[in-house]
Ligand binder design. Structure first.
Ligand code: FAD
Length: 138
């Protein structure tokens, strides 16, 4: 059966705690293991306590994971930015690549964000995707 391939992009806000790096490591570890097994790929950007994530893969697997992610108490204000059927993946080499945005990404952030700051809850869906692709190619 032909798999329907989809791409989903959402933004959210991290619920702050004292263990940010531990929590991020846990999320990444889980994502790497689960996504590989479900043939999912994608990217997860983290900066200024915001997440921007792209999930790519079979329609059912992407939807199932997104429902889980929406219920995850470690973040809030989950905002779906885009959901589309695609013919190919943009992040096929990454089961889930975590990119921490730092000063060195500032020029990229400025290029794709009207406010000049990383707040993906306020970005257009195209800018959000373009930023992730630019980081992939950086
Ligand atoms: P288990 O790991 O067995 O977890 C069972 C339940 O416990 C789940 O409801 C889970 O949400 C909750 N839970 C687990 N650890 C914690 C914790 N430290 N604090 C609070 N609740 C916890 N998962 C993926 O598989 N792929 C991804 O790409 C992915 N990206 C994520 C991105 C973000 C920004 C966040 C916040 C989470 C992401 N997760 C991802 C994790 C996801 O939300 C689920 O926690 C995970 O998929 C559950 O895996 P599991 O079904 O094997 O259940």
């Amino acid at each position: 059966m032909l798999m329907i391939l989809v791409r989903l992009v959402y933004a959210s806000h991290f619920k702050q705690n004292d263990y940010t790096t531990t929590e991020l490591a846990r999320i990444l570890e889980k994502a790497t293991a689960n996504n590989g097994a479900s043939d999912l790929s994608g990217a997860l950007l983290f900066g200024d306590d915001y997440f921007l994530q792209c999930l790519e893969g079979g329609r059912e697997a992407v939807n199932k994971l997104f429902l889980k992610i929406c219920q995850d108490p470690r973040h809030e204000n989950v905002l779906l930015l885009r959901y589309e059927e695609v013919s190919e993946r943009k992040f096929e080499d990454w089961s889930m690549k975590l990119v921490m945005l730092t000063e060195k990404n500032n020029s990229l952030i400025k290029r794709f964000s009207t406010s000049g700051k990383f707040n993906p809850l306020r970005m257009s869906s195209q800018s959000a995707l373009d930023l992730m692709v630019a980081i992939r190619d950086h």
